[in-house]
Design a protein around this ligand. Structure first.
Ligand code: NDP
Length: 400
């Protein structure tokens, strides 16, 4: 019996609203708030049609902390699921502190003028949340999110120490568009065009963007060229699992996607600094977002599936062993259930599962936490029953 407020009405917010409504026994009141109220109203109407559950809506600029604090005080939720953009994380955390509300998100804070992908700003809120007796759960989507829980599950059940971690993320879906991103284009392009970075022997190793790549075989999909990129969960995982000698993140990209990306960068459309156009200040990547397909609208003809998992090697009983844990998610099934594609689905479902863990008292404690710091078992059990079943392989040929 809890009150839930969702902030953000994009592709991920759509999934969170649908899934939360299916848990109306736990979330007895739900408010969906975002910058554009009409988008919240459209999602609420679709949720009511599919599930019969009514959710309330509100328009709010999450960067206006006093306005957001007033809305939080008025609705008085037990927890906020923040699925707006990473730029709003700190404002939403500030408003949660001011209103005495617990917090969960799926992406770490980013300053608008720098693509940094670092937890330092949010980790700095630890004492404030501790003093307020509130819980903040960071990075509870799929990656970051489930990948951290998968790692914690492996460390808890199968290893004395984990030494090598490769997170492998494949989207083998086809949306039929020449170029589109699967989540917010601005955030996605900032993420995939940055330099590569991985952890080895106690330090970060930097690479040129997409410099290191190799084919990786994904279950039910087959081999796909996979590129080493930096991904934010590596930072918290190497901190929370200091036995890791190496931690890397791999993502598949098609040639067509990479060609478009190269052109976008070469012509300056990926720039995140403002330029003056006909006397108006615009940020090229924000303008580009306005003309690209909306990721929330990609679902209808999306076929194929995603496959995301962790390949881990380490020691158990003095012997080296390997372990692979993964989920495959069908874009079509995700669309049938929620009207959104698989990438939004694999992000939104874990966010709702994380909020359920919190309200059931299974993931709780004053302070700021990454997901791998909590007990992975109840989360993974709930995740499987909520549409994201996972699979395991032991001691196979898992070397990358
Ligand atoms: P969208 O761009 O589709 O949606 C973002 C939503 O946030 C929009 O409804 C937008 O409002 C709203 N918003 C933006 N600014 C504000 C503001 N100032 N105040 C209130 N609302 C605001 O993004 P996605 O749904 O694709 O992604 C949502 C989040 O999920 C992102 O942070 C993304 O990084 C994260 N993500 C995490 C993944 C993971 O596995 N961990 C994977 C994929 C995404 P408006 O409609 O007015 O534009």
């Amino acid at each position: 019996m809890a009150r839930l407020m969702i902030i953000g009405a994009g592709g991920v917010g759509t999934v969170v609203a649908h899934k939360a409504a299916r848990h109306s026994g736990n979330f007895t009141e739900i408010l969906l708030a975002s910058r554009t109220k009409e988008r919240c109203d459209a999602i609420a109407a679709a949720v009511e049609e599919k599930t019969g559950v009514r959710i309330a809506t509100a328009g709010v600029d999450a960067e206006d902390v006093p306005a957001l604090t007033a809305l939080l005080k008025d609705f008085s939720p037990d927890i906020v699921i923040n699925v707006a953009l990473p730029y709003q994380d700190l404002c939403i955390m500030d408003a949660c502190l001011a209103a005495g509300v617990n917090y969960l998100d799926t992406a770490n804070y980013e300053p608008r003028d720098e693509a940094k992908f670092e937890y330092k700003w949010q980790w700095a809120y630890k004492k404030k949340f501790e003093d307020a007796g509130l819980t903040a759960i960071l990075g509870c989507g799929f990656d970051p999110g489930v990948t951290g829980v998968f790692t914690a599950y492996a460390a808890k059940h199968y290893f004395d120490e984990i030494n090598y971690l490769d997170i492998i993320d494949c989207n083998a879906g086809d949306h039929g568009k020449a170029f589109a991103t699967n989540f917010n284009p601005e955030i996605n392009i900032r993420e995939v065009t940055q330099k590569g970075k991985y952890w080895e022997n106690g330090k970060w190793v930097y690479t040129e963007p997409h410099e290191i790549h190799q084919p990786v075989t994904y279950p039910n999909i087959g081999p796909k060229e996979s590129y080493l990129i930096y991904h934010e969960e590596l930072e918290s995982l190497v901190k929370n699992f200091p036995s890791l000698k190496r931690a890397r993140f791999w993502m598949t990209f098609g040639q067509e996607y990479l060609t478009h990306l190269r052109v976008i960068q070469n012509i300056g459309m990926a720039r995140i600094d403002p330029i003056i156009y006909k006397g108006i200040e615009i940020v090229p990547i924000q303008f580009l977002k306005a003309v690209l397909p909306d990721p929330g609208e990609l679902g209808e003809n999306y076929t194929g599936e995603t496959s995301i998992g962790c390949r881990i090697r380490g020691l158990a009983g003095g012997k080296e062993r390997g372990y692979y844990i993964w989920n495959n998610c069908s874009h079509e099934d995700a669309y049938k259930e929620t009207g959104a594609q698989g990438v939004s689905y694999t992000t939104g479902v874990p966010a709702v599962v994380g909020a359920l863990m919190f309200i059931q008292g299974k993931w709780k404690g004053p302070g700021v936490y990454n997901v791998e710091e909590f007990d992975p078992d109840p989360f993974l059990e709930q995740l499987a029953s909520d549409g994201l079943p996972w699979h395991e392989e032991h001691d196979g040929d898992l070397e990358l």
